[in-house]
Write a protein that binds this ligand. Structure first.
Ligand code: GLY
Length: 375
């Protein structure tokens, strides 16, 4: 296998100002990740948080770069998968940092996908009442979503991300070449979040992804349309940065990013995490748009356009048959997006335009309408 960690940076680095921190994007950037992280988050000690899939591929060189001052750099590795984004993993990592003697003058480097970004970010938000975190996302989903905007947290049996904190990173370092080692099923799942970006804010971008999906997702990384994939990364990063800049704490515009997540979180949780987050969000977008169409909020045909785009990316468009309608509604009521027991939905009126822009970016849909589409 090619050791990607030793490849030089070939492309010029794109720097995206996220307001308070910089997101750098370039193929081969991983070779300079330690240097960039140390400049953005100067610290006496560093720890790298990763998972059992990513650490064997990319962690050793990063640890070596970060340890050049002679201080040891603990590598905290959690088993891969959403099922491990929990308080137990948070405690295990925190204990490892304490045992290694890290203090307030430390920084955390998150190397992995969405689970690692959320978990390592939450460790950083809480360790010694808060130390810096730098994200090095290694999945499409974490490059365009989880690493940006400062949401950190863990899941509980009651729901996803119910314990967490806002904690903005000091830098995000994106090397699109690491997607070469990502299973294509995970690349697909990341593309669902990119489609969501198009659906909530940019119809032309939505259509671009839908039409180029087969070329973005070629099984053989050598046959992928790399410029198109890079465009998706940069476009989605910029789009998310813009939304977060408008509303960091999710009091309004940021709620748009929750399109598909109300039903999506419930079916992801009830699947025991056998559905990937992006897959569940894709199904959630179809069902939420269908319910909003029935309620007269969303233009007819929107749900079928989303369904067709997901199909072009080989993503599921129907919910798993196992969970009952009432268990899904019950799970949604426990989601942190509900208010006074009422479930709120962020839905577009049509592709590229959100409903409720003047009213908190959410709408109420009756349980009866939602139950119809869930059934
Ligand atoms: N993933 C949704 C958000 O960052 O707000």
């Amino acid at each position: 296998m090619v050791d990607k960690a030793t490849r030089p940076t070939r492309d010029p680095v794109s720097f995206i100002d996220a307001g308070g921190y910089e997101i750098s994007v370039a193929a081969g950037l991983l070779t300079r990740a330690g240097e960039i992280a140390a400049a953005a988050a100067p610290a006496h000690r560093y720890a790298v948080v990763s998972d059992s899939n990513v650490a064997p591929l990319y962690a050793s060189r990063l640890v070596e770069q970060l340890g050049q001052s002679g201080e040891s750099v603990p590598l905290c590795t959690v088993p891969a998968g959403e099922a491990h984004k929990n308080r137990e993993s948070w405690a295990a990592i925190t204990d490892q940092l304490l045992a290694a003697g890290l203090g307030r003058d430390s920084a955390i480097i998150a190397l992995g996908g969405g689970v690692v970004c959320d978990l390592a970010g939450f460790v950083a938000a809480t360790f010694m009442r808060g130390v810096p975190v730098v994200h090095i996302p290694t999945t499409l989903l974490s490059m365009i979503d989880a690493s940006i905007g400062g949401k950190t947290g863990v899941d509980t049996p009651h729901g996803k991300n119910l314990v967490g904190a806002f904690h903005q990173p000091s830098a995000v370092i994106i090397d699109p070449e690491v997607l070469d080692t990502l299973p294509v099923s995970d690349l697909r799942a990341g593309l669902a979040e990119a489609l969501k970006h198009g659906a909530i804010a940019d119809a032309a971008y939505f259509d671009f992804i839908a039409s180029s999906a087969p070329l973005l997702l070629a099984e053989d990384p050598g046959k992928r349309d790399v410029p198109a994939l890079n465009h998706v990364i940069e476009k989605s990063v910029r789009l998310k940065v813009g939304v977060v800049a408008a509303d960091e704490r999710e009091n309004g515009a940021r709620k748009a990013l929750n399109f598909g997540h109300t039903i999506g979180h419930a079916i992801e949780l009830l699947s025991g995490f056998s559905m990937r987050h992006g897959e569940a969000v894709g199904v959630g977008m179809v069902l939420e748009a269908a319910a909003a169409e029935r309620a007269g909020v969303t233009d007819a045909g929107t749900a079928s356009r989303i369904r067709a785009a997901l199909e072009s990316a080989g993503l599921p468009t129907a919910r798993p048959v196992g969970p009952s309608v009432s268990s899904i509604l019950e799970s949604m009521r426990g989601d942190k997006k509900s208010r006074s027991g009422e479930i709120e939905y962020a839905v577009p009126t049509r592709i590229g335009v959100m409903a409720g822009a003047g009213a908190g970016y959410t709408v109420r849909l009756s349980d009866a309408v939602v139950a119809e589409v869930l059934a």
